[in-house]
Design a binder for this molecule. Structure first.
Ligand SMILES: Cc1cc2nc3c(=O)[nH]c(=O)nc-3n(C[C@H](O)[C@H](O)[C@H](O)COP(=O)(O)OP(=O)(O)OC[C@H]3O[C@@H](n4cnc5c(N)ncnc54)[C@H](O)[C@@H]3O)c2cc1C
Length: 551
C-alpha cells in the first residue's frame, strides 16, 4: 500500500506507524489461525493491576476526615471537594436564615442527562409539575457521548437472571443485589420504552434487534445505534421532554446546595444562574439528583472521556446533607482514550473496536495483550507496556500512546467495515484528515466512569425524605466495577423509578415547611474542627484549565 496515508502523522510517529502497517499481514494470519496472545491467569491479572492500575496507587487516595463516611478512602481530588466549604452564594443565604422561593414546583430534577430526562418524563406523566435545573445546555452530559451500547436481556436465549449473574460477577460481588435485580428485571421494559419513544437501534433486515457481546457478558445482549448510542437515546428522550407541557427547563443554572426543612425533608435547591450571575431559590415538594459523575476531576492527572460538567457536584451536595456514599475508591479508566491528535486527548474510542478485532500494539507494531481482557487489566497492560518496558509511542506533546490497529478490522470483516460499524468515529477523525479505515489510532487509558456514589434504594430513594437520586451519581448497581452497556440501562431504569417515586411523594406530602440551609450546620462545625481551609470550596461547577479563573 502506498504510504501517503501515513503523512498525516508528525515525522516522530511515522516510523512506528509504518511498523504497524508492516506487521499487519502477519498478525491477521495469526488471528486467522487462532494464534493470539492468551488471556492472563487470575494471579497475573491481579499482579498487573496491583503494579500498574491507577486505583491501586496508595498515594492516589486519602481517607475522608469529615462527614457521614469518615474514614472511607477516595481519590484525593474527590476528597478535596467532599470536605469543602459551601460557595459564597450559599454562605450568604445561610447567614440569612429562612429563604423565600423564586420558583416553585412539585418535583425538581437536578441535571439534564439521560437519568434526569427519564426522571422528568416519569414524574410529569404522573401529573407532577416538574422543573429541571441543569448546569449547561440540556443534553450537555455523558449520556449524549455514549458510544458502544445498552445492555438488556431482550433475546430468547437470555434472561434477566443471566444478566443479573453477569453484573454481580463483573462487580466482583461488591454490588447491591437488590439494585441489580431492579436493573435487570426492568431491562427489557426500559429497552421497549426507548423503542416506543422512537430510538433506532441496530436491527437485521427482518426487524430483529442486533445484539453483541460486551466484556463480561455470558449472552449477546448489547444493543447499539452504530457507535452513537447515547446521542440517539438522548434524541428521543429530549424530544419527549420538550413536548411535555408539565416540564420547565432552566439551563445554565447549576444547583449549588440542597434545601432541607426543619423536619429533615428535602425541599428544593439553591441554583446559581451562570448567565445572569445571580442566585435563585427553587422550592419543590421533592427533589431528584441526576448530576452524573466526576470524570472532569482528572484523577491522578489522567485525561478524561467525560463532558465538562462532570465535576461531582451532586455527590458534594448529598454528602453535605449527610447521605452515605459507597464504592468510590475504584474508578473506571477506559483503556482506549484518544492519545493523539492532542485536541482530542482522552475522548473515548469504544471497546467495540477491539471487539471487532482491532489489536493494541506497541511502538514496534507488536501485540502485547489479548484484546478482550477486562477494561481494568487492559488499562494496566497499556501503562505497563509504556512505563515498564519503554515500548510506548512517544507523543509529540509528551506522554505515550499505543496503537489501536483499526485497519485490521477491514482486513478481518472486509472493506467498508469501519465506516459501517463506526460512523461516528469515522466522520469525527475525517475532520482531522484521518481515515481510520486505513490509518491506525493512538490510544492511552482515560478516566471514564465513577463506579460508586450515593446509596439508593431500588426506588431511587436515599435516606432523606423527599430526596431521590439516579444515574452515575449513585453507587451500588455496579459495585466497584461496571460492565459495558449497563450505565445506559441504569439511567433509564432508575431515572424512571426515581421520577415516579418523587411524583408520588409530592402528591402524598404536598408542600413542606420553611426553606432552610440548617442541615449544613453540623458539617460546617466538622470542617472547622478538621481545620479545612476556607479557600477549599465546592461544588466546583466547571473544571479549571490553564489560566481560566474558577467560576
Ligand atoms: C464517552 C463516553 C462513552 C460512554 N459509552 C457508554 C456506553 O456505550 N454504554 C453505557 O452503558 N455507558 C456508557 N458511558 C457511561 C454513560 O454514558 C453514563 O454513565 C451515563 O450516561 C450517565 O448518565 P447521567 O444522566 O447519570 O449523567 P450525565 O449524562 O452526565 O448527565 C448529568 C447532567 O447533570 C448536569 N449537572 C452536573 N452538575 C450539575 C449541577 N450542579 N446542577 C445542575 N446540573 C448539573 C450535567 O450538566 C448533565 O446535564 C459512556 C460515557 C462516556 C463519557
Amino acid at each position: 500500500m502506498p504510504e501517503s496515508h501515513l503523512s498525516i502523522f508528525p515525522r516522530a510517529l511515522r516510523e512506528s506507524a509504518r511498523l504497524v502497517d508492516q506487521t499487519r499481514n502477519d498478525r491477521a494470519a495469526r488471528i486467522h489461525r487462532g494464534d493470539e496472545i492468551p488471556t492472563l491467569s487470575l494471579s497475573d491479572r491481579r499482579a498487573w493491576l496491583e503494579d500498574w492500575h491507577p486505583d491501586y496507587r496508595d498515594d492516589g487516595k486519602e481517607a475522608l476526615q469529615v462527614g457521614r463516611s469518615q474514614g472511607m478512602m477516595a481519590p484525593k481530588e474527590l476528597v478535596r471537594l467532599l470536605q469543602a466549604w459551601p460557595r459564597e452564594s450559599v454562605r450568604k443565604l445561610y447567614a440569612r436564615g429562612n429563604l423565600e422561593p423564586d420558583y416553585s414546583c412539585d418535583v425538581l430534577v437536578i441535571g439534564a442527562g439521560g437519568a434526569g430526562a427519564a426522571a422528568a418524563i416519569a414524574a410529569a406523566e404522573k401529573g407532577a409539575k416538574v422543573m429541571i435545573a441543569t448546569k449547561l445546555r440540556h443534553s450537555d452530559s455523558n449520556t449524549v457521548m455514549a458510544e458502544g451500547g445498552i445492555q438488556a436481556a431482550s433475546q430468547e436465549c437470555d434472561s434477566p437472571l443471566q444478566h443479573y449473574l453477569d453484573i454481580l460477577g463483573g462487580g466482583h460481588f461488591s454490588n447491591d443485589p437488590d439494585l441489580v435485580e431492579a436493573l435487570t428485571s426492568d431491562g427489557p421494559l426500559a429497552l421497549a420504552w426507548l423503542e416506543e419513544l422512537g430510538m433506532m437501534l441496530d436491527k437485521y433486515p427482518t426487524g430483529r434487534l442486533k445484539t453483541r457481546h460486551g466484556g463480561g457478558t455470558s449472552r449477546k445482549r448489547l444493543h447499539s445505534a452504530g457507535d452513537i448510542t447515547g446521542l440517539e437515546l438522548m434524541r428521543v428522550v429530549w424530544d419527549r421532554v420538550r413536548v411535555e407541557k408539565n416540564v420547565q427547563l432552566l439551563e445554565f443554572c447549576p444547583a449549588v446546595e440542597l434545601l432541607v426543612d426543619e423536619d429533615g425533608r428535602a425541599m428544593g435547591a439553591v441554583v446559581e444562574r451562570l448567565i445572569h450571575k445571580d442566585v435563585k431559590v427553587i422550592q419543590a415538594n421533592s427533589v431528584v439528583i441526576a448530576t452524573g459523575g466526576f470524570g472532569r476531576l482528572h484523577i491522578q492527572d489522567f485525561p478524561t472521556s467525560n463532558h465538562y460538567g462532570a465535576t461531582a457536584d451532586g455527590l458534594v451536595m448529598a454528602y453535605r446533607a449527610g447521605l452515605p456514599i459507597r464504592d468510590l475508591a475504584h474508578n473506571q479508566y477506559h483503556p482506549t482514550g484518544i492519545a493523539w491528535p492532542e485536541q482530542k486527548k482522552g475522548l473515548l474510542i469504544t471497546e467495540k473496536f477491539r471487539g471487532m478485532g482491532a489489536q493494541l500494539l506497541n511502538r514496534h507494531g507488536d501485540a502485547f495483550v489479548n484484546p478482550l481482557e477486562p477494561r481494568d487489566v487492559t488499562s494496566a497492560a497499556i501503562i505497563r507496556e509504556c512505563l515498564e518496558f519503554g515500548n510506548g509511542v512517544e507523543l509529540p506533546a509528551g506522554g505515550f500512546g499505543v496503537w489501536l490497529d483499526t485497519p485490521l478490522i477491514e482486513r478481518i470483516h472486509g472493506i467498508g467495515a469501519v465506516k459501517k460499524n463506526f460512523p461516528g468515529k469515522y466522520k469525527e477523525f475525517l475532520h482531522h484528515g484521518i481515515d481510520i479505515s486505513v490509518t491506525p489510532l493512538l490510544a492511552y487509558p482515560t478516566l471514564h466512569y465513577q463506579n460508586g456514589g450515593v446509596n439508593i434504594t431500588p426506588q431511587g430513594g436515599v435516606n432523606m425524605p423527599g430526596l431521590y437520586a439516579c444515574g452515575e451519581v449513585t453507587g451500588g448497581v455496579h459495585g466497584n466495577n461496571r460492565l459495558m452497556g449497563n450505565a445506559l440501562l441504569e439511567i433509564i431504569v432508575f431515572g424512571l423509578r426515581a421520577g415516579v417515586a418523587a411524583a408520588e411523594f409530592s402528591q402524598r406530602m404536598g408542600p413542606g415547611a420553611a426553606l432552610k440551609l440548617d442541615h449544613l450546620e453540623p458539617f460546617l462545625i466538622e470542617l472547622a474542627q478538621a481545620k479545612i481551609p476556607e479557600t477549599q470550596v465546592a461544588p466546583m461547577l466547571l473544571p479549571r484549565y490553564g489560566t481560566t479563573l474558577p467560576i
